[in-house]
Design a protein around this ligand. Structure first.
Ligand SMILES: [Zn+2]
Length: 182
């Protein structure tokens, strides 16, 4: 951040009074611009024994496969955000969302919250964000072309839990050294 979003003045990095870490502080009007982690919400949409995945039509990782997920918007619940992202990226309507996996990715300032859910109907289609949308059986999941480490982790956990039929909520984390691809 270089300029103040309130007055357009130059911004400097300094520790404000009574704070314990550097913030972007406006040198003109004194506004403190806090930056905090973003929440990414997504779904593991299931139809019978298959999982709905989408091939990214946008960077980063264009052409790789992922689960529908994206940034939560102001004014929506986490579940509503996950449902919206799934509709936007796959054209599918999902039901019975249950929080399943939270993943801290501290070095990129993100927290993922992934929901288990089912497709309301086997209706989906490519979208602006997804060049291909497809149901995968476990044996057919394109493990070598998964877009992000967090998605691979989510899928592996889900498939580990599936034989038991129980999907307890868990927390996990990804550190820089765990990353695939980029
Ligand atoms: Zn300012």
């Amino acid at each position: 951040m270089n300029f103040c979003s309130q007055c357009g003045g130059p911004v400097v990095l300094k520790v404000p009074v009574d704070d314990d870490r550097p913030r972007h502080v406006c040198a003109s009007c004194g506004a403190i611009h806090y930056q905090n982690p973003k929440l990414v919400v997504g779904c593991i949409p299931v139809w019978k024994d298959r999982i709905l995945m989408c091939r990214r039509n946008i960077d980063p990782r264009k052409g790789c496969w992922t689960l529908p997920a994206g940034f939560l918007e102001n004014g929506e619940t986490a579940a509503a955000g996950a449902r919206r992202e799934t509709l936007e990226e796959t054209g599918a309507t999902v039901a019975d969302l249950r929080p399943y996996l939270m993943v801290d990715i501290v070095h990129i300032h993100q927290i993922y919250l992934m929901f288990c859910c089912r497709l309301a109907a086997p209706d989906f289609h490519p979208t602006r964000e997804s060049s291909e949308v497809k149901l995968f059986r476990e044996a057919d999941i394109p493990w070598d072309d998964i877009a992000f480490t967090v998605i691979e982790k989510t899928l592996r956990r889900y498939l580990q839990d599936r034989p038991s039929g129980r999907f307890p909520f868990r927390a996990d984390k990804i550190e820089k050294r765990d990353l695939i691809g980029n």
